[in-house]
Design a protein around this ligand. Structure first.
Ligand SMILES: N[C@@H](CCC(=O)N[C@@H](CS)C(=O)NCC(=O)O)C(=O)O
Length: 211
């Protein structure tokens, strides 16, 4: 299978952590993508043809697997969990599934806000909207605080709900610093308790190579 990646993307990271937690990394070719800083507001003309053939959405992650090509980390994680994980990282049905999806939706809301804020920050100082940046930061902190109520439901398996939550925490720490911890001190303590997992260590965020 071929997975299009970059180490800066939290959406990619949740897929890469899922792959490592399932122990199936030897089945993948990881293809590094390159993005100019203008990606947030302009069509990137230099994307490789094989990447565009895999995903007309032109976003990472994208997975080319036997018989199916998937764009979007949710679909990819769903696929990996079903095909290679026997539903170990996300229940196939029932209350456990809906509880996990409730957590994933909030953690994903954080990641969306983080990326939109990043795209806005990459615009010139005169073009960027400080209101929009503040709105995204408020959303991040509100969702981090809300996730504290989900902690009691976290079980012994580092599943997709925990993976997505940890990735959201890790991205905020890397890109925006430790402020998120003030919004959610109990969540920060949980994050510190899982941050040394090999799957998280091996996928620590780093800047995307540019053209
Ligand atoms: N909902 C998608 C979001 C993917 C996404 O936005 N990826 C970003 C990188 S973090 C991207 O490729 N952005 C390029 C662009 O928007 O042009 C997912 O879960 O995979």
């Amino acid at each position: 299978m071929r997975l299009y990646v970059t180490p800066a993307s939290p959406w990619v990271r949740r897929v890469r952590v899922t792959i490592l937690e399932l122990g199936i990394e030897d089945r993948f070719e990881f293809v590094q993508t390159r993005w100019p800083h203008s990606w947030g507001t302009q069509t990137v003309a230099s994307l490789a043809p094989d990447f565009l053939a895999a995903t007309p959405v032109a976003r990472i992650p994208a997975l080319v697997a036997p018989g199916v090509t998937l764009t979007d980390s949710n679909a990819i994680c769903d696929y990996l969990n079903a095909e290679f994980g026997a539903f170990r990282l996300l229940a196939r049905e029932g209350t456990a599934r809906w509880q996990a999806l409730a957590t994933i939706a909030i953690a994903s809301g954080i990641i969306e806000a983080q990326i939109m804020r990043r795209a806005e920050l990459l615009r010139g100082e005169k073009e960027r909207s400080t209101d929009f940046i503040a709105k995204m930061r408020d959303r991040q902190f509100r969702c981090f605080a809300a996730l504290e109520a989900h902690l009691p439901a976290f079980g012994g398996t580092f599943d997709l709900a925990q993976i997505t939550t940890a990735v959201a925490c890790g991205y905020d720490e890397w890109r925006y610093g430790p402020d998120w911890r003030n919004a959610a001190p109990k969540l920060a303590a949980w994050y510190d308790s899982v941050a040394d997992r090999p799957s998280l260590k091996a996928t620590a965020p780093a800047e995307t190579p540019q053209h």
